[in-house]
Design a protein around this ligand. Structure first.
Ligand code: ZN
Length: 392
């Protein structure tokens, strides 16, 4: 490790001196690259804006009803002292191939509805001598074969649009990366009933069981997590996101919002966001006030911060009874289309109840959606506003 760092440092100096002396930087054969360099990217979806960061070698695709109009890509873990960057070119419907862009500059369009039809990626400079870049696009419901290093992914001039991207960097000559797991296909029928299960105060050792039950039943939920618990259960947080559930914020330390200044509240939410981002690569968009306590001041602070707060329409009192049957009854005897249901994934008894509630609601025809999904079909949300249900 230390040796490599020294080598890289020396190499950087050599390249610098060569450049300073007016020579082309010599083409060094592979500096042993210990860093695991990875690609990261954002897609611009028509009508929706930029996606969260797509991670190296994952399938990232537009939701139903939209498609990709632009992209920007960058690298993380680029070995120090190695020249070059990531470059990319897109074929924009109606315009053809645009010029090459690189290093997180955006390409395509963010102002018109024209879709991308095809893409090319390459690594430049010494990065290109040490790494390969592989990619594939989703087109007409199918991921195209992986291509690499400047080849074209996607079919041009046939009116086919790009709906998703997979992008991966590998060591030179290491071969194509393994296929990542396919994202679950999400189909929500807006004309049918839906409810949002929400779990507060976790994550905990019981969170994984709830996620398993959701996954087995094609459902999703929203987890309002206490930030300082997140690092203890990284795999639960990762799986939550991978299976389509929504990570959300319950402040860093379960602090009542009405007792926090704007600065303290903002810092607390940022801290949660950073923890979720470092584990799962996404940001939270919703806050549940600890204790459900809100006042005008807290709402004004949340408005300034740009987030809505989410209350509930069914309180199971699971934390109080710790009785699975009582939690099950509270949900199944009262549930209506558009409800937001409050539970706590801190307790094994709640996981016991969830393992009954999730399949039963599904059997009754309820679509188990995240709060953001529910809101998107029922009028949306505004920062600073508080919501306790999204009835039709
Ligand atoms: Zn709480």
């Amino acid at each position: 490790m230390r040796l490599t760092k020294v080598k890289q440092a020396l190499f950087g100096t050599a390249a610098f001196l060569a450049a300073a002396a007016g020579f082309l930087a010599p083409s060094f054969p592979a500096v042993a690259a210990e860093n695991d360099m990875k690609a990261m990217f954002n897609l611009h979806y028509n009508g929706q804006g930029w996606s969260d960061f797509g991670k190296d070698n994952t399938y990232v695709q537009a939701a139903a009803g939209t498609y990709v109009t632009g992209l920007k890509a960058t690298l993380e873990g680029q070995p120090s002292g190695m020249s070059g960057t990531i470059a990319y070119q897109v074929n924009l419907s109606g315009s053809g191939w645009l010029g090459w862009e690189e290093n997180y500059a955006q390409t395509g369009t963010t102002t018109t509805a024209m879709p991308l039809e095809a893409v090319k990626f390459k690594l430049t400079g010494q990065l290109g001598e040490n790494y390969d870049i592989y990619y594939s696009v989703l087109q007409s419901g199918t991921w195209t074969d992986l291509v690499m290093n400047g080849q074209t992914a996607g079919i041009e001039d046939h009116g086919l649009r790009v709906d998703g991207l997979r992008l991966a960097v590998t060591k030179k000559g290491a071969g194509a990366p393994e296929d990542p797991p396919m994202p679950a296909v999400r189909t929500v029928d807006p004309t049918k009933p839906m409810v949002a299960l929400t779990f507060d105060d976790g994550p905990s050792a019981s969170t994984a069981r709830i996620i398993n039950s959701l996954e087995a039943n094609g459902g999703r939920a929203t987890f309002f997590m206490v930030g300082n618990r997140i690092e203890k259960y990284p795999s639960a947080v990762k799986r939550m996101v991978e299976t389509g559930s929504e990570p959300a914020s319950h402040t860093w330390a379960h602090t009542t919002l009405t007792k926090m200044s704007y600065g303290d509240m903002s810092a607390s939410l940022d801290q949660v966001d950073n923890a979720v981002m470092s584990i799962a690569g996404v940001k939270t968009k919703l806050v549940r006030p600890p204790g459900g306590t809100l006042n005008d001041g807290a709402k004004a602070n949340l408005a300034k911060k740009g987030v809505p707060s989410i209350l509930w329409s069914i309180d199971t009192l699971d934390w109080k009874t710790k009785n699975p049957q009582s939690t099950i009854d509270a949900v199944l005897n009262n549930v209506k289309d558009g409800d937001i249901i409050l539970m706590h994934d801190l307790y094994s008894q709640t996981a016991d109840a969830a393992e009954v509630i999730i399949p039963e609601l599904t059997k009754r025809g309820y679509q188990l959606v995240t709060v953001s999904e529910l809101a998107s079909y029922r009028g949306g949300m505004q920062a600073g506003q508080s919501y306790s249900n999204f009835r039709p």
